[in-house]
Design a protein around this ligand. Sequence first.
Ligand code: HAM
Length: 430
Amino acid sequence: MATLKAVRGTRDLLPPETELWNRIETTARAVFARYNFGEIQTPIFEDTTLFARSVGEETDIVSKEMFTWEDRARAQSEKTQSLTLRPENTAGVVRAYIEHGLGESGQLQKLYYIGPQFRRERPQKGRYRQFWQIGAEVIGPPSAGSESPLRDAEVLEMLATLLDELGIKGWALELNSVGSAADRAKYNDILRAALIPVVGQICQDCQRRAVTNPLRVLDCKVPEDQPIIETLPKIGDSLGEDSKEHFAAVTAALDSAGVTYKLNQRLVRGLDYYTRTTFEFTHGGLGAQNALLGGGRYDGLSEAIGGPKAPGIGFAIGLDRLVLTIQAQNLAQKAAPTQVVDAYIAPLGESLNAVALVLARELRQAGLRVELGDGSFRLKKSFEAANKIARRIVILGEDEHRSGILTVKDFATGAQVKVPRGELVEFLKG
Ligand code: HAM
């Protein structure tokens, strides 16, 4: 029988790598808490329409990368429904914001999430079909200040802080404004017209985009197209006064906070809901997939999916890419030392297995990290197993069981001592 493997684009995360994942999550949660964010968890699948209306029908994500299926009705009360594994989490958060009337409090909602997302992309380093995002959204009614450029600057400053606290060196913040919905529409028309004379010289994908969604041409990575794209009109020239002022306030606040950035007028992002500020944090060590995270403002998203006016801004970090970056920097070992087991308990004989379990339970309840051997092992085998993972081995033979005095060997010093059971926890913690 052919052996079964993880599906293309998915992978298993194993220890000790998972320790690094957990450390990153813990750091992110701590930083988010300091900025007064709370955690939200939304379902992993949603109605397909949600993504079509928010991310946009014409985007690569919706047009070719979603895992979508027809969910058959199981009862008369149910309808057959098109469902999709979430390709991103902003749409789900905004749906939940509307569904639970979170705007009614009049307060800004500051929500973060950590979880898997799914896109049927061509797998490569840093690009998977199941990948993890750590993201956050700041959303609320305009009266709560949700449109303020201060919110943009605060989110960006928080991201700089988080990357610094994770010890990531050499990240770059790329920043742009794609303007209001009206500015974008105007720019799309200008771009469409500018593309007509050059359409024969650009790649097939761009030829299609030139008609359906000209803005997407700016995302093109095909090297031969780049000189042509560089000559196209710039979005900055299509921004209205409001958008320009908003963006100037964002950059001024970043300047005063000392957060450095690079302006990149081609940064229009691959999702249709963006308005005004857009950004990416990139890292040179990642290769082709160099975006560690991306985000921006989405002032019209709530209304686009049937909700009240609720401007917002957010981001999502590619957790897989964060891990790759930290590993490449060799921070992994320093930051997440391989966990060493405090004690390995070696029962001598199967009749002592149950006693060993009780002893392990006591030690674990006292907070020690304990590995439990097996009474069927010869002593030599127990020593070998223990020596690989534990600082000390605790030998539990008939004598030790009867006398209540255990034999403990310390692998670092080679010393072997007798320790009364009542003093074992203290001894192992020392
Ligand atoms: P996005 O740019 O599509 O934005 O994804 C954000 C980040 O997720 C990327 O920068 C990248 O690090 C990671 N990522 C995306 N696709 C993959 C993949 N196939 N494999 C590994 N990592 C990947 C969003 O998803 C928006 N929802 C962000 C946002 C939140 N905008 C506003 N609020």
